[in-house]
Design a protein around this ligand. Structure first.
Ligand SMILES: Nc1nc2c(c(=O)[nH]1)N[C@H]1C(S)=C(S)[C@@H](COP(=O)(O)O)O[C@H]1N2
Ligand SMILES: [Mo]
Length: 521
C-alpha cells in the first residue's frame, strides 16, 4: 500500500515536472519569438494552423469567422492539451527516458513545422519551438531528480525512492522549490517576450498619424436618426465587433506600408502611405456586418470611415477584360475576393484609414483596410491590406471559399429588436419596441412588428442617413398582461421583404425573423 502510494506520488511529481518543463519551453520560445516573429511562438503557430484548418463540421456550428472569444478559447484549449501531453511525458520520463525525449522532440517539431508554414514565415520561425524543446530536456531531467551521469531507468533516484515510509518533508520541499524556480523562469520568459513584442507594436506610429481632412465631408447625423432603446447609431470604436483569423494582430507600420495593385491589369501600381495620404479623401457612414451574424446577433456596426475611393485606383491600374475578381490580401496572408464590378459601380468603396475620427484602431486594420458598402466583411473588408490582385473568380478562391462559404455574398436584408430584450419583463400599457434594420446599398423601405399572431404593424422609421447604413425604428406597443412574442421584419427599397424561412449563417448569411419574448404583468 505504502509502495503504491509512493508510486502515485512519484508519478504525479514527474507529471508536474513534465508540465513545468513544457512551461519553460513555452516561456523561452515566447522570448525568442520576439526576434523570430511573434507568430512563431509555438502556441500561436499551432493555434494558427488550427484556425486555418477548422473542419467543416465546426464551421457549420458557427465558429466560421473567428471572434475574439473563439481565439482565447482556442489558445486556452491548445495550452490545456499541451499540459496533458507534457504531464504524460513527465510520467514516462523516469522509466522510459528515450521515449520522453522523443515526446519532447515531437512537440518541438510540431511547433516548428506550424511556425515555418505560416504565411510569410521564414525558416527562422522554427527556432523558438526547437530551442524551447531542447531546453525542456535538461530541465525535465533535472526535475525528476536524475543526476547527469545517472542512466534513467536503471534505478530510482534516492530522492524518490518509493519503497515505503512517508515522504521526506525535505524532499518535497526541495522539489517544490525547484518547481517554483522553473515556473518563475517560464513566466519570466513569457512575460518578457510579451512585453518586448508589445514594444514592437505600432501604437506609437498610430498615435503619430495626422489624418488628412476629407475633401467632401458628410453632414452631421440628424438627431432623429437615433431612437430611444436602440443601440447607438454610430458604434464607438471600442464597442465595434471584431472578427478575423489573426491570433496576433498584425502590426503594420505605415512608414513601410505599400499597396501593390497587380495581376490582370495593364498598369500595375504600387503606392506608399505618403502617396495614399495625398489622394482625395471622403468620409462616409457605412454599416458593416459579418456573414456569421445570427438573426438578432451583434456582429454588425456602423462607423464614419475616412478613405480614398478604390475605384479611382482600380481605374488607374486599368483591369483587363475578364478580371472579374479583386483579391485583397492582408499582411498576414488572409485574402478576400470582391467582384471588380462592385468596386467600380460608383458606390463608396473606400480604402479606409480613419474610423470615427481616429486612425483605424490596430484591431480594425491599421493602417489601411477596405470598406465596401453592401457586402459581408469576409468578401470585402480586408484589414491590414497590402496587396490587391486582379484575377478571375474561376482562377482563385479566397480564404473562406474552400472552407465552405460563398464566393459572393451581398448583405441580406435584416432587422433586429434591441428593446425589449428577450426574456424582459414589462408593465401593461404603452411599451417602446425599438431596434435597427439594414439592407446596405439598397436601403430600408419599411419595418413591421408583429405581436404574437396578430397583424403586422408598420413601425416608425428614423430618418435614413444613407442607403449604406442601418436605420433605426420604433414602435409603440400597448402591452397586455401575459407572455408575448414580438417579431420584426424589414422590407428593402428593392421591394424585398425578409423571409420567415430560417437559414444558418453558412454559406452566405442567416435569414429569418428576429423575435423576443416579453413577460407583461
Ligand atoms: N486581414 C483580415 N481582414 C479581415 C478579416 C480577417 O480575418 N483578416 N475578417 C473579415 C471579416 S469576416 C469581417 S466580418 C470584418 C470585420 O471587421 P472588424 O473586425 O473591423 O469589425 O473584417 C474582415 N477583414
Ligand atoms: Mo465576417
Amino acid at each position: 500500500m505504502a509502495r503504491q502510494d509512493g508510486l502515485v506520488r512519484t508519478s504525479i511529481r514527474d507529471g508536474l515536472a513534465g508540465v513545468a518543463a513544457a512551461a519553460v519551453a513555452l516561456g523561452v520560445a515566447e522570448l525568442l519569438a520576439v526576434f523570430a516573429g511573434a507568430r512563431s511562438a509555438p502556441l500561436v503557430a499551432v493555434g494558427g494552423v488550427v484556425v486555418d484548418h477548422v473542419p467543416a463540421a465546426v464551421k457549420d456550428a458557427g465558429i466560421a469567422v473567428f471572434g475574439v472569444h473563439d481565439k482565447t478559447a482556442l489558445l486556452t484549449g491548445t495550452a490545456i492539451l499541451l499540459g496533458l501531453y507534457a504531464f504524460g511525458v513527465g510520467v514516462l520520463a523516469r522509466r522510459r527516458w528515450p521515449v520522453a525525449v522523443g515526446g519532447i522532440a515531437l512537440f518541438g517539431v510540431i511547433g516548428a513545422a506550424a511556425a515555418v508554414t505560416r504565411p510569410g514565415a521564414g525558416v527562422g520561425a522554427a527556432i523558438p519551438a526547437l530551442a524551447g524543446a531542447a531546453l525542456a530536456v535538461p530541465v525535465l531531467r533535472h526535475l525528476i531528480g536524475l543526476t547527469p551521469d545517472e542512466q534513467p531507468g536503471e534505478r530510482v533516484p534516492t530522492a524518490y525512492r518509493t519503497s515505503g515510509g512517508p515522504e521526506e518533508p525535505e524532499t518535497r520541499r526541495r522539489f517544490l522549490k525547484q518547481l517554483g524556480v522553473v515556473a518563475g523562469v517560464a513566466a519570466g520568459g513569457g512575460l518578457a517576450g510579451r512585453w518586448l513584442t508589445s514594444r514592437g507594436a505600432v501604437t506609437e506610429a498610430r498615435d503619430a498619424v495626422a489624418l488628412p481632412s476629407a475633401a467632401e465631408s458628410v453632414p452631421a447625423v440628424p438627431a432623429g436618426a437615433q431612437v430611444a432603446g436602440a443601440v447607438p447609431y454610430v458604434t464607438p470604436n471600442k464597442d465595434f465587433y471584431r472578427i478575423d483569423t489573426a491570433l496576433i494582430t498584425p502590426q503594420v507600420d505605415p512608414a513601410g506600408w505599400t499597396l501593390r495593385i497587380h495581376g490582370m491589369v495593364r498598369n500595375p501600381i504600387t503606392i506608399t502611405w505618403a502617396e495614399l495620404l495625398r489622394r482625395p479623401m471622403i468620409e462616409r457612414y457605412v454599416t458593416i456586418a459579418c456573414v456569421s451574424n445570427e438573426v438578432g446577433g451583434d456582429l454588425i456596426g456602423n462607423a464614419l470611415w475616412l478613405g480614398t475611393p478604390i475605384k479611382a485606383l482600380l481605374d488607374a491600374a486599368d483591369p483587363l477584360p475578364g478580371a472579374d475578381q479583386v483579391v485583397q490580401r492582408s499582411r498576414d496572408g488572409w485574402t478576400c475576393g470582391t467582384p471588380t464590378a462592385v468596386l467600380r459601380d460608383g458606390r463608396d468603396a473606400l480604402l479606409a484609414i480613419g474610423m470615427n475620427g481616429e486612425p483605424l484602431p490596430v484591431d480594425h486594420g491599421f493602417p489601411v483596410r477596405m470598406i465596401v458598402p453592401g457586402l459581408y466583411g469576409y468578401v470585402s473588408a480586408c484589414k491590414w491590406i497590402t496587396e490587391i490582385e486582379l484575377t478571375r473568380f474561376a482562377d482563385f478562391d479566397a480564404y473562406w471559399v474552400p472552407r465552405g462559404w460563398a464566393a459572393q455574398a451581398p448583405i441580406k436584408t435584416q432587422s433586429r429588436i434591441d428593446t425589449p430584450r428577450d426574456g424582459a419583463a414589462r408593465k401593461p400599457g404603452p411599451v417602446v419596441v425599438a431596434g435597427v434594420a439594414w439592407a446596405q446599398h439598397r436601403g430600408i423601405a419599411k419595418v413591421e412588428v408583429q405581436v404574437d399572431d396578430g397583424a403586422w404593424e408598420t413601425a416608425a422609421l428614423a430618418p435614413a442617413v444613407s442607403d449604406d447604413t442601418w436605420r433605426q425604428w420604433t414602435h409603440a406597443w400597448q402591452a397586455t398582461p401575459g407572455k408575448h412574442v414580438l417579431r420584426v421584419r424589414a422590407t428593402d427599397l428593392d421591394g424585398y421583404t425578409q423571409t420567415s424561412e430560417t437559414a444558418a449563417p453558412a454559406p452566405d448569411g442567416a435569414t429569418g425573423w428576429h423575435q423576443v419574448t416579453v413577460a407583461v404583468g
